[in-house]
Design a binder for this molecule. Sequence first.
Ligand code: AOS
Ligand code: ZN
Ligand code: ZN
Length: 386
Amino acid sequence: MATFDETILDNLEIELPSWAFGNSGTRFKVFGTPGTPRTIHEKIADAAKVNELTGLAPTVALHIPWDTVDDYRALAAYARDLGVGLGTVNSNTFQDDAYKFGSLTHTDKTVRQMAIDHHLACIEVMNATGSRDLKIWLADGTNYPGQGDIRGRQDRLAESLAAIYQHIGDDQRLVLEYKFFEPATYVTDVPDWGTSYAHVTALGERAMVCLDTGHHAPGTNIEFIVAQLLRLGKLGSFDFNSRFYADDDLIVGAADPFQLFRILFEVIRGGGLDTGSPVALMLDQCHNVEEKIPGQIRSVLNVEEMTARALLVDTEALTEAQSAGDVLGANAIVMDAFYTDVRPMLAERRVRRGLPADPMAAYAGSGHRERIVAERVGGTQSSWGA
Ligand code: AOS
Ligand code: ZN
Ligand code: ZN
């Protein structure tokens, strides 16, 4: 069996989004799942279960205000007791009526200030939880030509981001996510990596780009963007998921495992998984019809599996083939790694580290699902966006 230095796998950490454990849906229907968490505490407990069985998911991302509590220090202590930490804090300026025509880009200074203040409140949460990253994704944009002044919106965005960035602590970062459309359909104010890059570069060192794999037009070469951002030192984090059509938020690696392999190959190539790298890996997914805890287990295993395959690329031979102009030889080296079944090796590695060889089967046989279904009755199940 092919082997490689396992340090990168040892260091692999994938943050889970609290909202993945809540019920979510399409525009048409949110199907409930029995046993769905009713509180952020139950969401954290579910995330801790994923980590317990995989050893891959030591932190949970929060979403404010969905995960609002009175005492964030106590919440961080609760998470610690379950063996996980609280990670990225995600802001939300896409639910209030006030934001109908924009948040950080709004023409009305009062609305812009309200959106800025929300981010400052998120930084306060980070100060209490010890979180490093504030992740900003904006729904801001317009639907019709003429509806807004494209240039003016960029100027206001830059100003608002600067007001937020001033409050980012020395050990904290602001990561700005881009998305090419939705909910806006004509102009999105942060539509692409270039726009995000321009804004975070203007802000300073502690501002970076967040790349959500589902936020690109079909056919986009995402690994090129990864390589470029790493080269520029501005790739801060990933929101992993997969897509068939739009921003589907499906299980990472489900739609196109080869694309995930190519992305992870470039991450490794650029030092993104080296010790001390600034690149944070997160999931940003919704489980509409499948079970949520197994959905998250499957997701982190997919990332681990494609990382292992990417590590198998014989980079020395590849460089030689590239320099020799051996097109098919170079391609074969990459494909050989991609086609290698690393699952037996990863199962053996898990056992060596005191983890179940097959975390999916371990969960199914643990009785945990039956327990939470019986326990979590009454109250209101959490929903994406509720
Ligand atoms: C929205 O499309 C973005 O992917 C966000 O990162 C994320 O899904 C959202 O903030 C979760 O509510
Ligand atoms: Zn995202
Ligand atoms: Zn998204």
